[in-house]
Design a protein around this ligand. Structure first.
Ligand code: HT7
Ligand code: ZN
Length: 868
């Protein structure tokens, strides 16, 4: 099929002002009646065409008259109807088959036929699997939804909007109606029906509306929803405070499902969550997962304004809602927890997931210019890089200016389907600034490389910083232009104190707008060490020829927590390169000794210390190499960490471990979480120095752990270090958590992380385990995703067996769930940069897969993968 291009966008010829939907729900067969109140754009003369996929058409009438067979045609996923005019009402009756829907798009069954429940997923183009409709985000309609079903099997009936009646029907059936007063695009439609339990809370919005918050889950997990409810309340208060945004319906439903393709979905008034991002309890949820629940609860809630009240004109504008909402969620999480730790996590994610995407055959701009399958564009680039672009704009305007701009954006675009131009125009005009140069960031793929060089002139006491930018070519974009790059900076003196800049300020932002520019800072007392790109002020790769001692100074003294961590990362990079190239030990010594010094420093947040002690991951290390050998990278990174551990010393590590052990609690507060994070890191370092001792400590920790964080950390150390205690611990974990799907996912994932050649044998064994199924996306991600995307030395075997195994699973998975198969296939990203033996094996496996009959989703990914 030919790709869809942004340049071809035309406003819809036909829209729908109102839709009345009636569902007769059943697991095998559901009947959907729809009445569309049509509007025609008088300027366009094209027949009425509606999207519809896999629908069994039972009846069709136009303005009350049944249509003759020659008055409509349903083929190639389009229903074309003759004779419709402005104000016509088209009524259709279709049948869909939820239990047979393994793609989890449209109406499907979650769980078993006996106990499971029905739900919908409509973003991006799932509504066309439910009924005929102009299934594009710029068609906003008012929805009235009536659900009918057997009361015993489906006691709970939910749809988005406000409740508008419910009652009994003959034969044990019942009905419920929901009316949404806000016009919305079809991707925000949702329904849920089944045996669910709820927890409820009343909430009064800042503007005085009484709202009922209801979280629904299957009976066995309803006790795990309290944390999400608290997080939801925090998110609602935060959006009122930070952005002046209030909730706008009488009731807000949230539902948990174990069968979901992504994290969660912001359907208007009826958010649906992957259970992984909603359920939480101390026995089965790690600290990181608790933060994940809070973040995703926030994210989906914030969409109510950034996405729902103001939606996207077309899917090319996806980052308008996603980048903005990720940014809002990042601000929320930073406010609820530690801002520097959140920034470190987010940048680490960007580097691990987005930079490789931007540097490989799947690179695309934050606003892509074309796609074949939109579901393939829910990427780290659209989400995470998109959030970085909003952060740059917010930084440019300052917090008050940004708030002014956001107010204007919401005001101007409420009830509209907007574009990124609308966003930049509102932010700019609220502040009298032309932000249009930033549009280039949305159009240009690739990560800019920023090189910086400083020169201090003692005679004039001035410091000159020269910045240069270069963005490497990406597929389809050979030539790149200069982008506006804001560089937040401060200067440090040799004693580690900040040098005031000429206006007395401690830090300043300079914006590089051309290929190269110099910035002069007068009145600088000493040759400074610059702290550049503070807080990661732009999503670029910075190159500055720091001496190791200068990085040590920043690591010790920088007042920007993020840049402290960044200095540790840069030192670790250099130390790694020294080990790899046999080029000395200078950086290695400085890195190890500085961290060893910080290890005992009072007052340093243990969580920050844990992050400082963590070198870049194997995926990031591979990013800077050609002829990548993942086994060698793994070995070198282990050696690097062993050096660090040795410099701190086994005795000191063990002592710190004991202190942290004595402080251990099951509390969820920041201090307890920080202690657990450091305890894990200390154990991971100790096992490299004294395996037997660390394994004994890990085994004891596993036995006594009061939290999942401590239990899983201990298990991971045992399993990854090949400890003699590992098998028994795994078995005990499995028995203890046999009935808990999310805990069992972690059992699969921890084994998928076994490094090196043995990983594949374990993955093969586990995929034959009766608890493994390709039908459940979380289980697929836990085993195959963790192994192929998160365990480079385990996946990239030199014999190519890993590639062939994954390709075979992808072909099977594609027949069930194309969205999940396509996402998993991105594990092959970067194959062109592998060393020749692996490269050829990977190429052959991808080419063989590309030669099969594949879904549009998977075909696009493997096709692009081979082009680069
Ligand atoms: N807006 C949602 C994106 C989404 C999705 C969710 C579930 C299943 C399939 C999906 N396709 C796209 C999630 C979000 O960003 O909030
Ligand atoms: Zn989102």
């Amino acid at each position: 099929p030919s790709p869809i291009r942004l340049a071809d966008y035309r406003p819809p010829a036909w829209t729908v002002s109102q839709i009345e939907l009636e569902f007769d729900l059943g697991i095998d067969s559901t009947e959907v009646r729809s009445r569309l109140h049509l509007r025609r754009d008088p300027a366009q003369h094209v027949p009425l065409r509606l999207d519809g996929e896999g629908l069994e058409l039972i009846a069709i009438t136009l303005d009350g008259q049944p249509l003759d067979a020659h008055a409509y045609r349903y083929q190639d996923e389009v229903l074309e109807v003759e004779g419709a005019s402005d104000d016509s009402v088209l009524e259709t009756r279709v049948r869909v088959r939820p239990a047979a829907n393994t793609a989890l798009e449209g109406l499907y069954l979650s769980g078993s036929r006996e106990q499971g429940f029905l739900l919908t997923q409509c973003e991006a183009e799932g509504f066309r699997h439910v009924t005929f409709f102009p299934d594009r985000p710029d068609v906003l309609a008012r929805y009235s939804v009536t659900l009918r079903a057997d009361r015993a099997r489906f006691p709970v009936l939910l749809a988005g909007g406000n409740p508008a009646g419910a009652g009994e029907l003959p034969d044990g059936r019942h009905w419920a109606r929901f009316v949404d007063p806000y016009p919305k695009p079809s991707y925000l439609f949702a329904l849920v029906a089944g045996r669910l339990e709820k927890i409820e809370r009343g909430y009064r919005t800042a503007d005085g509306r009484d709202v009922k918050l209801v979280i629904w889950a299957e009976p066995d997990v309803i006790d795990c929803c309290g944390y999400a409810m608290d997080a939801l309340e925090r998110a609602m208060r935060w959006d009122e405070r930070a952005y002046g945004r209030n909730f706008d319906l009488d009731v807000f439903h949230v539902v948990a499902t174990h069968d979901f393709n992504m994290g969660a979905m912001e359907n208007k008034g009826l958010n649906i969550f992957n259970a992984k991002y909603l359920l939480a309890d101390p026995d089965t949820t790690t600290d990181d997962e608790y933060r994940g629940v809070e973040a995703v609860i926030g994210h989906e809630y914030f969409h109510n304004w950034s996405g729902n009240r103001v939606t996207c004109r077309d899917w090319f504008q996806l980052s308008l809602k996603e980048g903005l909402t990720v940014f809002r969620e990042q601000q929320f999480s930073a406010d609820m927890n530690s801002a520097p730790l959140k920034r470190i996590d987010d940048v680490a994610l960007l580097r691990r997931a987005q930079f490789p995407e931007d540097a490989g055959p799947l690179a695309h701009p934050v606003r892509p210019s074309q796609y074949s399958e939109i579901n393939n564009f829910y990427t780290a680039t659209v989400y995470e890089k998109g959030a970085e672009l909003v952060r740059m704009l917010a930084g440019r305007l300052g917090s008050e200016g940004f708030r002014r701009g956001m107010d204007l954006y919401f005001d101007r675009n409420d009830g509209r389907a907007a574009t990124l131009e609308d966003f930049l125009a509102a932010l700019g005009s609220a502040n009298g600034i032309d932000l249009s140069p930033y549009l280039a960031w949305y159009a240009q793929a690739g990560t800019p490389q920023l090189s910086a060089a400083g020169r201090y002139d003692a005679a004039t006491r001035s410091y000159t910083l020269t910045l240069r930018q270069h963005t490497p070519a990406t597929p389809g974009q050979p030539d790149k232009r200069a982008l506006p790059i804001p560089v937040k900076l401060a200067l440090f003196g040799p004693d580690g104190r900040m040098l005031p800049l000429h206006d007395g300020a401690a830090e300043q932002v300079v914006v590089l707008e051309q290929d190269e520019q110099s910035f002069v800072f007068p009145g600088i007392e000493h040759a400074p060490v610059p702290s550049l790109l503070r807080g990661f002020s732009a999503p670029v790769i910075l190159d500055y020829a720091y001496a190791p001692a200068e990085l040590a100074l920043l690591l010790t003294h920088d007042t920007d927590g993020f840049n402290r961590w960044e200095a540790a990362q840069q030192l670790a990079w250099r130390a790694y390169a020294e080990l790899r190239d046999g080029s000395g030990h200078e950086a290695l010594s400085v890195w190890g000794d500085t961290l060893a010094g910080l290890f005992d420093q009072d007052g340093l947040d243990p969580a920050l210390l844990a992050d400082l002690l963590t070198p870049p991951g194997e995926v990031e290390l591979a990013e800077r190499e050609t002829d990548v050998d993942p086994a060698r990278i793994h070995a070198l990174r282990q050696a690097l960490q062993r050096e660090l551990a040795a410099r701190i010393g086994a005795h000191v590590l063990a002592g710190r471990y004991r202190t942290l052990e004595a402080q251990a609690s099951d509390a969820l507060d920041a201090a307890s979480q920080a202690q657990r994070r450091l305890r894990r890191r200390v154990l991971e370092l100790l096992v490299l120095l004294d395996a037997a001792k660390a394994q004994a400590l890990a085994a004891a920790q596993f036995d006594r752990a009061a939290t999942m964080t401590d239990r899983l950390a201990a298990l991971a150390v045992l399993v990854r270090s090949g400890a003699p205690q590992a098998a028994e611990a795994l078995e005990r974990y499995r028995t203890r958590h046999a009935g808990n799907a999310l805990a069992l996912d972690k059992w699969f994932a921890v084994q998928a992380q076994i490094p090196g050649e043995p990983a594949l044998a374990r993955v093969r064994t586990l995929q034959a385990n009766p608890k493994f199924t390709l039908k459940n996306p979380n289980r697929v991600q836990a085993l195959l995703g963790t192994w192929a995307r998160g365990n480079p030395s385990g996946f990239h075997r030199v014999d190519g067996e890993g590639y062939r195994f994954l390709a075979a699973r992808l072909a099977e998975l594609d027949a069930l769930n194309p969205q999940v198969a396509a996402r998993l296939a991105t594990a092959f990203n970067g194959w062109q940069r592998l060393e020749p033996a692996r490269r050829e094996q990977a190429r052959a496996a991808v080419a063989e897969l590309a030669g099969r009959r594949l879904s549009r989703n998977l075909a696009e990914i493997v096709g692009n993968m081979l082009k680069g």
